[in-house]
Design a protein around this ligand. Sequence first.
Ligand code: SF4
Length: 99
Amino acid sequence: MPPPEETPGADDDLYREDRCTRCGVCCGGADGHPCEHLRRTDERYYCEIYGRQRGFHHTVDGLPFRCVSIREIIETMGGYECCAYVKALRACERRAEKT
Ligand code: SF4
């Protein structure tokens, strides 16, 4: 991914909040070790402490972890293929390759 300073405004759009589909994967919703604060409605997940979630927490089975932004997850470990932000990033990369 190019540094943000090379594409002013592009990262803001890429990481805009309404892109999230609330699949819950980044919060452990699919790996058997969800965050203790992850909750689910009929169709989507949500964070019960959204807005003050960053920092150290535990999974429901007691494993400690640090909650970070999806941007940090993607930039440090690539994210998750099913994540809407990763899909958007891949689409941007494909467009850039064609130009
Ligand atoms: S994995 Fe991506 S799309 Fe799914 S909840 Fe996390 S940020 Fe949202």
